[in-house]
Design a protein around this ligand. Sequence first.
Ligand SMILES: CC(=O)CC(=O)SCCNC(=O)CCNC(=O)[C@H](O)C(C)(C)COP(=O)(O)OP(=O)(O)OC[C@H]1O[C@@H](n2cnc3c(N)ncnc32)[C@H](O)[C@@H]1OP(=O)(O)O
Ligand SMILES: NC(=O)C1=CN([C@@H]2O[C@H](COP(=O)(O)OP(=O)(O)OC[C@H]3O[C@@H](n4cnc5c(N)ncnc54)[C@H](OP(=O)(O)O)[C@@H]3O)[C@@H](O)[C@H]2O)C=CC1
Length: 283
Amino acid sequence: MEVKKFMVIGAGQMGSGIAQVAAQAGLEVVLHDVKDEFVNRGLGVITKNLARDVEKGRKTEQEKQDILDRITPSTDLTNAKDVDFVVEAIVENMDVKTGVFKQLDEIAPAHAILASNTSSLPITEIAAVTNRPEKVIGMHFMNPVPVMKLIEVIRGLATSDETYRVVAELSEKMGKVAVEVNDFPGFVSNRVLMPMINEAIYCVYEGVATPEAIDEVMKLGMNHPMGPLTLADFIGLDTCLYIMEVLHEGFGDSKYRPCPLLRKYVKAGWLGRKSGRGFYTYQ
Ligand SMILES: CC(=O)CC(=O)SCCNC(=O)CCNC(=O)[C@H](O)C(C)(C)COP(=O)(O)OP(=O)(O)OC[C@H]1O[C@@H](n2cnc3c(N)ncnc32)[C@H](O)[C@@H]1OP(=O)(O)O
Ligand SMILES: NC(=O)C1=CN([C@@H]2O[C@H](COP(=O)(O)OP(=O)(O)OC[C@H]3O[C@@H](n4cnc5c(N)ncnc54)[C@H](OP(=O)(O)O)[C@@H]3O)[C@@H](O)[C@H]2O)C=CC1
């Protein structure tokens, strides 16, 4: 199957990045969210990223315009009726995601692949609410999407080889590298990354060091491009907490217990960069 029309559900930090790289790959893209305001915010981020590329001489003004022209905004899910491929990038919550997958299964054409950008939730469980589990797959992009090379591709129990092949080809077309993993909580990326971030938060909680000092240790000592607390703010502390909860519940092992300080920050609405405050403050 050749993918021509590509839909992204959720125009947040991940959804807007996914729409950008899909449009850059020449696909016709529908960018969907629940409100015009969110779609417009996503389009604004894409426009800013492309303008920076023009400034740096990596794209021409015409190329920028052509990419933007390939993206159609949407707030009506029935726009999925004639697409070949959908990637969902909404909040990391199983009930919300399965609600959307049930609707997509009814609206999207029978041949369409339904992918999720979930960070940690079981693909097999998401697939089970549809009548096409062989066409459901995890397509996990990394943040910031236009920059990061990896797409972690997660096969659910019923995902077909053909579905995997289409996703691997699409990843290459977007200039990314697909790495295949199986369906376990947190997959590989967040099973390894998130406990490190959670441990860094415990270091703040227990007064081992300041956030700045912890980040400096990991940047200068381990050559990480961002310290773990800067990265947590960048990912979103709500998303970090949801991922730790999936690991904790999925493995039933106390080593994945989310740090109480992380819970406290999320309850306070301190979600990191996107809310203006997390371990650091942002304007
Ligand atoms: C939670 C999950 O489920 C999975 C995840 O995604 S976990 C998160 C994975 N991501 C990471 O670990 C990111 C770690 N951080 C980094 O790699 C780097 O800090 C970074 C690439 C984000 C920024 O790099 P930097 O060297 O510190 O900053 P900077 O020089 O400003 O940016 C480097 C390039 O990235 C681009 N860039 C930075 N942020 C960007 C963004 N948000 N969107 C688009 N482009 C961006 C810049 O334009 C710049 O491009 P050029 O060099 O081509 O001009
Ligand atoms: N942040 C990261 O670094 C990464 C995140 N992910 C995953 O990507 C997904 C999205 O994360 P992220 O982009 O950071 O989150 P954001 O909060 O930035 O964006 C989510 C967007 O989806 C919208 N949304 C919520 N519910 C629905 C719905 N039912 N239908 C349509 N749109 C909806 C939200 O609207 P509203 O504001 O109203 O809620 C918001 O605009 C999550 O599953 C996350 O785990 C994967 C890789 C990295």
